[in-house]
Design a protein around this ligand. Sequence first.
Ligand SMILES: *Cc1c(COP(=O)(O)O)cnc(C)c1O
Length: 356
Amino acid sequence: MIHNFNAGPSILPKQVFEQASRAILNFNDTGLSILEIGHRTTTLFQPVLDEAIALTKELMQLDNDHEVLFLHGGATTQFFQVPMNLLNENETAAYLDCGTWGSKPIKEAKLFGNVNVVASSKDKNYTYIPRDFVIPPDSKYFHYTTNNTIEGTQMHFVPDTKVPLVADMSSDILSRVMNFNRFSLIYAGAQKNIGAAGVNLVVVNKNILGTVSRALPSMMDYRKHIENGSMLNTPPVFAIYVCMLTLRWLKEQGGVAAVEKINDQKAALLYDTLDSIPVFKPTVAKADRSKMNAVFVMENPELEKEFLDLCKKEGMVGVKGHRSVGGFRISLYNALPLSSVEVLAALMKHFALKHA
Ligand SMILES: *Cc1c(COP(=O)(O)O)cnc(C)c1O
């Protein structure tokens, strides 16, 4: 039995793996593999894309102003595609810097316009979320990362501002109920909570587009992608198929509210265990702990290797922390069953008894 705590690409539902592997051999009883169908054949791939878009709209409860796109290039492409489409050279966008993934889009946005970093938690190694920042009302947009995958912090509030909100939700999208219509633009690499690597979900309010004066290459222009229904060129067919299957699974579970309940249970069990055992030391401010990625170190770093080896022996993968933080990181994405956290919690208690 493998317990997969990988941070990304990460665990997906078993039924998705089964269905996706069947489609590689024989897609919808066509005798063709999903890997060899033409993406413009209206009866084959188009229904997959249509269903993926419809499920996204339904699960996120999006209004008609919000368009759903499946694009290439990962979240990292959005770091520059966002300012390229939204920010003129003489305008200023506000950014919040709460970690590795918060600072990279700042660097990219500076290529296109002015950037105002309204707050940063770098002073304490990104272990908390700043609260008392001010977003100037004339900012073109405000960009933040809802969940900091590497450092293990999560924004448990939506900033109160009239400035259009832009969010990188790569590692917590569809894990909790939110008013997604509140955002002008949302992007997320698929490989954490939505599907396979190679595709990027972009949800954009079409009313914020068309205000930049620069010429945009077609592949960078959100409006061109909207006009062409995410098929400006060959889309990542298989990656989108895996997203569609995962979204179907999510709907079968009862949707976002239902998985949020289980996600809350998983996070509560893990953090309660960590808090009750002095051997382990969570690194993040309590109020800002991520329910998707729990980060902790050991009171005595010399014990880290022993615990890591023990996890390995018990079939646990992906528990080692990011190289920039060290220690441990346990990712608790939608598809991770509560039982995996129960096994881990039991192992932690056992380990603590041994070293008490
Ligand atoms: C993983 C991750 C990224 C990077 O995604 P790519 O698809 O590799 O470009 C960006 N932001 C966050 C919050 C992430 O977790």
